[in-house]
Design a protein around this ligand. Structure first.
Ligand SMILES: Cc1ncc(COP(=O)(O)O)c(C=O)c1O
Length: 406
């Protein structure tokens, strides 16, 4: 008999744990690891946002419980952002919920919308909470291959046709983690039409909506006429303002879905610490040159990564958006698969990446590289990778010997 609880049996240990353990061991031994493994922003939160937090924290009332769906000033700032950036009008009282990071918002949306056995259409590869948020809520995932947005969209009708009961929710997430791909408004028009045809609600996660390059600002699904009838968007301040640890996100759009999320959250939390919410409103309402600066840092890192890795013998597609590059395993290591490749890369070259298999079965053969180290260290990583590729035969032979002996 399994000793694990019902829900725990449905949550496999994080695949990234294996690489993380090796990383921790090597670091404890004094090895310098160049860490592209996690999407954790490494730049400081802009000073004026931190100052607002400190100023608000001095208010003797600041430590009280806050509002579970967010204080009105923050929801208004979120609605104004949508008006300014996308030309989308939102009612801050009924169409905006502030969440404890977008991950919490996504997971509680899944709780709010899902009954046992409900079928959810999810891209694969995907950010893990997109599938596991619904699995925790008792749903069943229909994984649809999504190595490109076109591949995903073209397979949705087939997935609907072959799912019993018919699916109830469609997940979208562009710019994508992990594939770093971007979509235009026509994609969302097609997705909304498809969702309406098949009676699907849509959750679109745009956590990387402000991290784009080459002047391609990603659109919002809510710009599509009638999208609000069926869709909500999940958004985040984590990457836009380098505020990942602050835990501020939002769910916006369809009022019925927002009300369902607000109901679930009202049982679970009292909202973020009020000064965090006030400072988040300052981030959204205040000067936006800090966002340009953050975007510029990721762009320079992207350019350095693609150029230096190409020189090292690893040809990686130029990501148009997000804080990641999504790379096929170099030819010399392709048979190893993404897990062994990532293990060897960290052990032999001191470079950590996320194995593609951690994002789902269709992620096998790839790794995700986070743009979370400075350019000097990116160039150093490329020099290490060059040697790692040149010595592939001996490194793989040694690894296979070790596995045979184990
Ligand atoms: C696609 C996607 N959505 C959501 C999140 C979570 O962001 P937050 O910090 O707002 O919870 C991430 C974080 O890496 C992500 O990649």
């Amino acid at each position: 008999m399994s000793t694990d609880f019902h829900r725990i049996r449905r949550l496999p240990p994080y695949v990234f744990e294996e690489v993380n353990k090796i990383k921790a061991r090597l670091r404890a031994e004094g090895t310098d690891i160049i860490d592209f493994g996690m999407g954790n922003p490494d730049m400081p939160t802009p000073q004026h946002i931190v100052d607002k937090l400190i100023e608000t924290a001095r208010d003797p009332k600041a430590g009280r419980y806050s509002a579970s769906k967010g204080v009105p000033g923050l929801r208004k700032a979120m609605a104004n952002y949508y008006g300014r950036r996308f030309g989308v009008k939102l009612n801050p009282d009924t169409e905006v919920i502030a969440t404890l990071g977008s991950k919490e918002g996504f997971a509680n949306l899944a709780q709010a919308l899902t009954g046992p056995g409900d079928v959810i259409i999810c891209p694969n590869p995907a950010y893990p909470i997109h599938a596991f948020g619904f699995i925790m809520a008792g749903g069943i995932i229909r994984h649809v291959p999504a190595l490109s947005p076109e591949e995903y969209l073209s397979n949705i009708s087939r997935a609907v046709k072959h799912s019993v009961p018919p699916p109830s929710v469609l997940i979208l997430s562009y710019p994508s983690n992990p594939t770093a791909q971007w979509v235009d408004l026509d994609f969302y028009k097609d997705a909304v039409a498809l969702a309406k045809k098949h009676d699907l609600l849509v959750i679109s996660d745009v956590a990387y909506g402000e991290i784009y390059f080459d002047n391609n600002p990603p659109p919002s699904i809510l710009q599509v006429d009638g999208a609000k009838d069926i869709a909500v968007e999940v958004n985040s301040l984590s990457k836009t303002y380098a505020m990942a640890g602050w835990r501020v996100g939002m769910v916006v759009g369809n009022a019925r879905i927002c009300a369902a999320l607000a109901r679930v959250k009202s049982y679970l939390d009292y909202g973020a610490y009020t000064p965090v919410q006030v400072a988040a409103a300052t981030a959204l309402n205040g000067p936006q040159d800090c966002v340009d600066e953050i975007r510029g840092i990721y762009k320079s890192r992207r350019d350095t990564l693609i150029k230096s890795m190409k020189a090292a013998g690893w040809d990686i597609p130029n990501p148009p958006a997000s804080m990641f590059a999504w790379a096929k395993i170099p030819e010399a290591y392709r048979e190893a698969g993404s897990m062994l490749f990532s293990r060897l890369l960290i052990e032999e070259a001191g470079v950590a990446v996320a194995p593609g298999i951690g994002f789902g079965e269709y992620g096998e053969g790839y790794v995700r590289i986070g743009l979370v180290e400075n350019e000097h260290r990116i160039r150093q990583a490329a020099r290490n990778v060059k040697k790692f590729i040149a010595n592939a035969d001996s490194i793989l032979a040694k690894a296979h010997n070790k596995m045979e002996q184990a």
